[in-house]
Design a protein around this ligand. Structure first.
Ligand code: CU
Length: 133
């Protein structure tokens, strides 16, 4: 991307986030500070960090069953969607500092991990991985 184009995208996303945060601050305020859910398929095999503006994996995704620890290490609300043609898994929205676990079963193929909150994927919260059989 050119610098000018990237700058415009980021500015647009920040405007969107500020609007969202202002509208839903009251609802978030009453949620428990932790939204951790018990892992259903054993200990997390890797960590997925969500932040402004990226999605980063602590290790490579694998074919088969695995449990992901999904953390919002940023300030804005984020979530994680995993698609491989169709939606494979979808987390709830996490506030900054919150985390959750997601159990997924992956076949060989190409997957996109991104934040579904409007504007965030375009701002850089997208990682594409290819799994070999
Ligand atoms: Cu996000």
């Amino acid at each position: 991307m050119t610098g000018r184009h990237a700058g415009r995208l980021v500015l647009g996303a920040i405007g969107l986030v500020v609007g969202l945060a202002a509208g839903s601050a009251a609802a978030f305020y009453h949620q428990a500070p932790q939204m951790t859910q018990p892992a259903q398929m054993g200990e997390a095999s890797l960590t997925v960090d969500l932040f402004e503006w990226g999605v980063s994996l602590s290790a490579e995704l694998k074919v088969g069953d695995q449990t992901l620890l999904v953390r919002n290490t940023g300030s804005y609300p984020h979530a994680l969607t995993i698609t491989g043609g169709s939606v494979v898994a979808q987390s709830g929205t996490l506030r900054g500092g919150q985390e959750t676990t997601m159990a997924v079963k992956l076949e060989p193929g190409q997957y996109e991990l991104y934040c579904p909150i409007p504007g965030h994927r375009e701002a850089g919260m997208l990682t594409v991985v290819s799994l070999q059989g």
